[in-house]
Design a protein around this ligand. Structure first.
Ligand code: HEM
Length: 413
């Protein structure tokens, strides 16, 4: 007799992720046996898990039929459906035509050309951080997350936003608390929602003051651009403006940090691939795409159909939640040859790690630049590297985060 299909917690359980990483075997069974599958959520409203790339793409490309509101993602067991939308209003929970109007206020900052101009600065930041951990090239130990990827992504983003250096530690704390809402290490009280709300309030208050100052004295930074922009001829209302800052801080920090750490882990575990990258530095672009496919730092977002629909013969009712499972789509055997093999020269690589369609990651060009700079420097200068302790993951059903990654290495000074 066939064994039962995976349970809800095996598929999106934060403890599963924290202890063992992504449950690729469970997702593979869903792709093969039940690619559009209903899961009950103990104490909450259930959802359909969408595990194949084609379905994820088709749904994402019809933003009027499949909306981003009201449910942003499946958070904890039993979390309320309405929660996130009342907490913040930003691109990820807006729908057409409002969504495009808001996105246009900042998109010129993220075009390939605008991001390319930041390359020298990103290289300088990466080299400064490497110089700190390199020593004289002797064998050393450091935490790749805390000593390298976290400060790097934080620095790059804080510079773009225009947050002064003395306040960067605040960004770090808030983004951990918001993205790590299910992880006790980042929460002080018993109620995780309280930790997230406190972090949100702290961040809103901070940016309200900074924005007020930049309204009077604009600079060449994103806090100034957004506070002085208009949507349909009006300045952005306070909740939408603060939520924009919140989204940029969280989306810009957590994801790239985790792709970089997970990418180095993949290279440690696949030594031959690391050697290929050292031998052929020109592979860095395909390597970065493979790292995003392999790590897929965003686990899931939801879409909600505005009318009854059918997907792969499965009837879905209006207002049911569809959970788009990005890491599963990125291992879809109908699309990728040997999907469970990590290859720095994989090409083509039509991964959906940055999503697709209307909500395609606004920061994808920036993330790619950061990752290219990081892995070019590492391939050139890191002659030896191994784990020096456990790779510790964040407890979350939403982001595949990593808290600590102790490594032993040699980096040429
Ligand atoms: C490796 C790094 C990153 C990954 C894997 C990633 C992934 C994603 C994904 C999956 C989405 C949703 C796409 C969809 O629904 O179709 C998204 C949206 C978004 N990302 Fe990223 N992201 C990364 C880096 C960044 C960075 C560096 C920033 C900003 C500085 C950023 C800002 C955003 C924003 C603002 C959205 C919302 C876009 C919208 O709804 O229109 N992301 N990202």
């Amino acid at each position: 007799m066939a064994s039962p299909l995976p349970t809800t917690l095996e598929v999106i359980g934060p403890d599963t992720f924290a202890q063992n990483g992504y449950p690729h075997a469970a997702w593979k069974r869903l792709r093969n046996e039940a690619p559009v599958h209903w899961f009950d959520l103990p104490g909450g409203v259930g959802f359909w898990a969408i595990t194949k790339r084609d379905d994820l793409v088709r749904i994402s490309k019809q933003p009027k039929l499949f909306q981003n509101g009201p449910r942003l993602a499946i958070f904890e067991e039993g979390a309320p459906v309405e929660g996130p939308r009342t907490m913040a209003r930003h691109l990820l929970n807006m729908d057409p035509p409002e969504h495009a109007a808001y996105r246009n206020t900042s998109s010129h900052w993220f075009t390939p050309r605008a991001i390319q101009r930041r390359r020298p600065e990103v290289e300088r930041i990466a080299r400064d951080l490497l110089a700190k951990i390199a020593g004289d090239g002797e064998e050393r130990e450091a935490d790749f997350v805390l000593d390298f990827t976290a400060p790097l992504t934080l620095h790059v983003l804080a510079d773009m936003l225009g947050v002064p250096r003395e306040d960067w530690h605040l960004m770090f704390r808030w983004t951990n608390q918001i993205a790590g809402s299910g992880d006790d290490e980042y929460q002080s009280g018993d109620d995780p929602t309280e930790g997230v709300l406190n972090a949100r309030d702290g961040l809103f208050k901070y940016f309200a003051e900074l924005a007020m100052e930049r309204r009077k004295n604009p600079r060449d930074d994103m806090v100034s651009v957004l506070v002085n922009s208009t949507v349909d001829g009006e300045p952005m209302p306070p909740l939408e403006l603060m939520s924009y800052y919140l989204l940029l801080v969280v989306a810009g920090n957590e994801t790239t940090r985790n792709a970089a750490s997970g990418g180095l882990l993949a290279l440690i575990e696949n030594e031959g691939e690391m050697q290929k990258l050292r031998d052929t530095p020109g592979l860095v672009d395909t390597a970065v795409e493979e790292i995003v496919r392999w790590t897929t730092p965003v686990i899931q977002f939801c879409r909600t159909p505005v009318e009854d629909v059918e997907i792969r013969g499965q009837k879905i009712r209006k207002a049911d939640s569809l959970m788009l499972l990005y890491p599963s789509a990125n291992r879809d055997e109908d699309v990728f040859d040997d999907p469970d093999v990590f290859r720095v020269d994989r090409n083509p690589n039509p991964h959906v790690g940055f999503g697709i369609g209307e909500h395609f990651c606004l920061g994808a060009n920036l993330a790619r630049l950061e990752l290219r700079v990081i892995f070019r420097e590492l391939a050139e200068r890191m002659s030896q590297v191994e784990l020096a302790g456990p790779y510790e993951r964040v407890r979350s059903s939403f982001l595949g985060g990593v808290k600590r990654m102790p490594i032993r290495y040699r980096i040429r000074p």
